[in-house]
Structures are given as C-alpha cells and as structure tokens.
Ligand binder design. Structure first.
Ligand code: AMP
Length: 281
C-alpha cells in the first residue's frame, strides 16, 4: 500500500492512475479502523480499479474539544488492517495539509442541518461537508463509499454533491455489527464491559421496532422505543426517531422510505445507530 501525507504526492500518484484510465474508489475515515470500515473498502474494490482510503480526524466537525481530544488514534494498527484488505492508497495528512488556519465555510444544507444529529451537534455537518468537499477535490474519486451507520451524514453529503454539482457517485454501505448486535464504531473502544451490555439496548430496540413496524402505529412504536431505552441503566437518550428516509422529518403513514434512528450516551460515550423500516422499493 502506498501512503501519502501530502496532497502534492497523492495527486502526483493519482495522475499516473488517471493516465492508465483507472477508476478511483474513495473511502474517507477518521481511523481507529474496524470491520465496518474494511467492509466499505471491500465494497469499493468491487466497483473501482484503485482504492484510496483517507484517515483524517477532522477538527472542524467536532463541536466539543474534549471529544476531539479523546478520539481514538491507532494509525499503526490501521495501516496493518488496510494492508490486510489490499487497500491501494492511504492518505493520512496532518491538519496543516488540509486547513490553512484561516477559512470560512458555509453551505446551505437546509433542514437536514438542524434535525437529529444536527440539533445535538451544532456545526457538525458544516465541518463534515467542509472536509469531504476538500477531500473530494484532492482525490477526485469516481465513486465514494459511506456507511449507513451515519445515515444523516450520507443525506448531507448527497445534498452537497447535488448543490455543488460534484462529479462523484455516492454509495451507501450496510452497517457492520458485532455478533451481539452492537453497531461497530471507533468510539466503542471507550465502552467499559458494563457499558457494552447497556449499549445493546440500542440495537435491540431498533430491531424490536423493525419487527413491529406497521405504518398505522408509528407514534406508539416511537413512544415504546423511548421507554425501552430510557429504562436501561446508564443510557441517556438524545433522540429516537422514526423518520422519512429522505427528509428525516418524523415519518407519517404515507412516508415511502422509513428509517428508525437513535442516539444516546452510554456511560461517557455517545453512540448512534439506525435501521431501515421500509426502503421504498
Ligand atoms: P468514521 O471513521 O467513523 O468517520 O467512519 C468512516 C466511514 O465508515 C463512514 O462512512 C461511516 O459511516 C462508516 N462506518 C462507520 N461504522 C460503520 C459500521 N459499523 N458499518 C459500516 N460502515 C461504518
């Protein structure tokens, strides 16, 4: 695997790939890689000739400096994992390579910005779009791969691509879970043994809602789900929503695509998860 830390070196390499007419698949990450990230790379390999993975803990998407500070960084292990799955290129720039320290960014993301995650993490999606815009401009991928795990993020990035007419195809990849159902996340490193047990209420509740989903009883299901999660010790619910899968507005009986989304603090760690209830097809 080739590893680049500067835009210049990466772009020089990608020029050669371009000359060979290779299609580029891009998997942006913040590192502390797990099987969820690797599943994105494996899917990307089915679509693209050459895979670029980036590892960059983006300061502008953290609204809480303590959260940024304690975000796990495991670059040696990450490189190992990427080599195991035959990733072609890793882009691992320092912050100074991406930001010159004096920038303004604002994109009109509409209501998506203030709903759900946007409400609990003000400014988060401005930071996400800022860095993904920059990374797309550097890598110029044909296709970029993102996880359903960050469902709202996928909608926000789709909106950016549409607003700015960016020539990239986006692919949403399924959520990878541990065998007990917990959605894999870099943040799971912070969970204690007991936190992990408590955290299972999130996927269990999502599954229960999926199993009991009928369009006529959305508000009752939502209330019961909230009660189930709130009854779990050491779990502090931020939101549980059954939403229209395109707008993330609360779903109504006529919503075609429907998704249940949850965010909660388990001990000191904030986790998110979701499940499709109706895919609209
Ligand atoms: P992150 O490093 O957390 O920013 O995630 C990088 C990419 O991996 C994002 O597109 C995430 O949605 C995706 N991802 C994170 N966790 C999972 C998971 N458990 N399954 C599938 N994709 C995931």
């Amino acid at each position: 695997m080739k590893i680049f830390t500067t835009k210049k070196d990466l772009q020089q390499h990608l020029l050669q790939s371009g000359a060979l007419n290779k299609t580029i698949g891009f998997v942006p990450t913040m590192g502390a890689l797990h099987q969820g990230h690797l599943s994105l790379i494996e899917l990307a390999q089915q679509y693209s000739d050459e895979i670029v993975c980036s590892i960059f803990v983006n300061p502008s998407q953290f609204n809480d400096p303590a959260d940024l500070e304690k975000y796990p960084r495991t670059i040696a292990a990450d490189i190992n994992l990427l080599e195991q799955v035959n990733c072609d290129v890793l882009f691992n720039p320092p912050v100074s390579e991406i930001y010159d320290g004096n920038e303004h960014w604002h994109l009109n993301l509409g209501e998506l910005e203030n709903l759900l995650e946007g409400k609990f993490r003000p400014g988060h999606y401005q930071g996400v779009t800022q860095v993904v815009y920059k990374l797309f401009n550097i890598v110029k991928p044909d296709t970029a791969f993102f996880g359903q795990k960050d469902y709202q993020q996928f909608l926000v990035i789709s909106k950016m691509v549409e607003l700015l007419n960016m020539p990239v195809k986006l692919v949403m990849c399924p959520i990878k879970r541990d065998s007990d159902g917990l959605a894999m996340s870099s943040r799971n490193i912070h969970l204690t043994q007991t936190d992990r047990q408590h955290a299972l209420v999130l996927s269990k509740t999502l599954n229960w809602v999926k199993d009991n989903f009928e369009k006529g009883n959305i508000s009752r299901l939502k209330k019961e789900a909230e009660l189930m999660i709130s009854a779990e010790p050491d779990v502090e619910l931020d939101y549980f929503e059954i939403a229209n899968g395109d707008t993330l507005h609360p779903a109504d009986d006529t919503s075609i695509k429907t998704v249940a989304l949850v965010a909660a603090k388990v001990g000191a760690t904030r986790l998110i998860d979701n499940v499709m209830l109706a895919d609209g097809r």
